[in-house]
Ligand binder design. Structure first.
Ligand SMILES: Cc1cc2nc3c(=O)[nH]c(=O)nc-3n(C[C@H](O)[C@H](O)[C@H](O)COP(=O)(O)OP(=O)(O)OC[C@H]3O[C@@H](n4cnc5c(N)ncnc54)[C@H](O)[C@@H]3O)c2cc1C
Ligand SMILES: *[C@@H]1O[C@H](CO)[C@@H](O)[C@H](O)[C@H]1NC(C)=O
Ligand SMILES: *[C@@H]1O[C@H](CO)[C@@H](O)[C@H](O)[C@H]1NC(C)=O
Ligand SMILES: *[C@@H]1O[C@H](CO)[C@@H](O)[C@H](O)[C@H]1NC(C)=O
Ligand SMILES: *[C@@H]1O[C@H](CO)[C@@H](O)[C@H](O)[C@H]1NC(C)=O
Ligand SMILES: *[C@@H]1O[C@H](CO)[C@@H](O)[C@H](O)[C@H]1NC(C)=O
Length: 383
């Protein structure tokens, strides 16, 4: 591993998180009425009992914890007066909805569990958590340039499934591979391909959606207004996304990535100032994300600022270099810091893995890293 990869790994950990500590259980209400409702409304009692977890089941805490991405909510004081259902099909989702309403429990839907306020895993009142973790197939159709993805899939699983079939198409989504498609697409979803292809939600073409009256709707039967609002307005305020249908976008089989690293003392301020004028109008095949952090200057009490420029270019290195040479030479991007890779490798790179990491890591839920803060990215709205 070279220094460049090391810096990237450290940064990815600081962006995507830290490992968690342990928690204890709270007193929990009695969920018997709810459980008998589920059982009496299911046509297969043994199947539904296997997906119900109350705080008395030994696997309750591990299941609750595994997809709580933020350590702020993994504390003994976090209310866990919940019952978890991990459905494997629509019928189980339907009875969970029916019985939650009947017995007055609020419902929390959890996809990737990355909500910054913990709303998918916590509540001040007794609630039922519908954990979609077991409903996450991704079905890619290269000929039609589409994919159906279930509501519990993570972005990394989407990237992985596409890359298993093609390097010529991709889905324009986010940087952190462990974010769930439920919350991500329900919130709009930005990412590295946004300049060229828009938000991820702009590339959702259909949906399978269960409304509060347990009707299963698609784009046509729900109408354009509801279809619009569940792709940015928070899908969970309106119902449950069972699956999204995505449009895949064309990408070159090889793209170029780079990372440059500049300190305040090297004139980073001036270079960043120019960034704001160059990058919004440059070739849309190029996106450059900036990350700033303060750090201590070794052997002093002073601090300085590091600015990182992460680049993704949908084209070859030589074209990128001539483009930057003309428009933004101050960035000092050279052959040495560029790599030509496939899109899936670029996703590994931005998620903090070396580009030769096996892409299987994106299909592995145990590799989810916890974080304990919040991030906010700024984008210009008017240019
Ligand atoms: C480390 C990290 C990196 C991130 N990077 C990016 C990024 O690059 N780009 C970006 O745009 N955002 C990014 N985000 C923000 C992220 O998109 C949102 O936090 C998103 O809501 C998380 O979705 P989730 O499914 O993982 O979370 P969850 O906590 O499972 O859900 C979030 C919300 O969506 C609801 N919901 C989940 N699934 C469904 C469903 N199937 N139907 C209806 N409602 C549902 C939940 O009830 C909850 O209200 C990042 C967040 C983190 C923590
Ligand atoms: C009921 O569910 C169990 C467990 O999922 C399964 O083994 C069994 O075949 C199912 N029975 C019917 C009749 O579908
Ligand atoms: C968890 O416990 C409840 C009863 O409290 C039971 O109905 C359910 O089947 C148990 N879940 C599992 C997965 O064993
Ligand atoms: C960029 O490259 C030029 C010429 O090689 C050099 O003088 C300058 O210090 C570099 N700037 C930074 C910020 O690395
Ligand atoms: C972006 O790349 C595509 C495909 O290589 C190319 O056709 C297009 O002209 C490029 N866009 C610009 C603005 O150069
Ligand atoms: C998944 O990730 C975990 C934790 O990093 C690791 O121990 C395990 O071997 C991985 N599984 C696979 C199939 O790669």
């Amino acid at each position: 591993m070279n220094t460049f990869q090391l810096i990237l790994l450290v940064l990815a950990v600081s962006f995507c998180g830290k490992l968690l500590s342990h928690i204890h259980d709270n007193a929990a209400p009695n969920f018997e009425d709810f459980i008998s409702c589920l059982e009496s409304n299911s046509n297969n009692v043994s199947s539904i009992s296997q997906v119900i977890f109350t705080p008395t089941n030994s696997s309750f805490l591990p299941i609750w914890e595994v997809a709580v991405n933020n350590q702020r909510f993994i504390k003994s004081s976090t209310p866990k007066r919940s019952l978890i259902v991990t459905p494997i099909n629509d019928a189980q989702i339907r009875v969970t909805l029916l019985c939650s309403k009947k017995h007055g429990y609020e419902m929390r839907i959890r996809s990737g569990g990355h909500d910054f306020e913990g709303v998918s895993s916590t509540a001040d009142v007794p609630f039922v958590m519908l954990d979609l973790t077991r409903m996450r197939p991704v079905d890619v159709n290269v000929a039609k340039k589409t994919a159906w993805i279930y509501g519990g899939a993570m972005l990394g699983e989407v990237y992985y499934a596409i890359s298993q079939k093609t390097n010529a198409f991709y889905f324009p989504a986010g940087i952190c591979s462990t974010v769930g498609v439920g919350g991500y697409l329900g919130g709009g979803g930005y990412g590295n391909l946004m300049r060229k292809f828009g938000l991820a939600a702009d590339n959702v073409v259909d949906v399978r959606f269960m409304d509060v009256n347990d009707n299963i709707l698609n784009r046509k039967s729900m109408g354009e207004d509801l279809f619009w609002v569940i792709r940015g307005g928070g899908a969970g305020s309106f119902g449950i996304v069972l699956a999204w249908k995505l449009r895949l976008v064309p990408v070159p089989e090889l793209v170029t990535i780079f990372l440059t690293n500049m300190m305040l003392e090297q004139g980073a301020t001036k270079i960043f100032h120019k960034y704001q004028y160059v990058v919004p109008t440059i070739d849309e095949n190029l996106s450059i994300r900036v990350q700033m952090s303060s750090e201590k200057i070794p052997n002093t009490n002073k601090k300085t600022v590091r600015i990182l420029f992460y680049g993704l270019y949908l084209g070859a290195v030589d074209t990128l270099l001539s483009l930057l040479h003309e428009k933004y030479p101050e960035l000092n991007v050279t052959w040495e810091i560029c790599q030509e890779v496939t899109m899936i490798q670029s996703s590994l790179f931005f998620a903090g893995y070396p580009t030769d990491t096996s892409r299987e890591v994106f299909a592995n839920r145990s590799s989810v890293i916890k974080l304990n803060g919040q991030n906010k990215l700024d984008y210009a709205r008017n240019l």
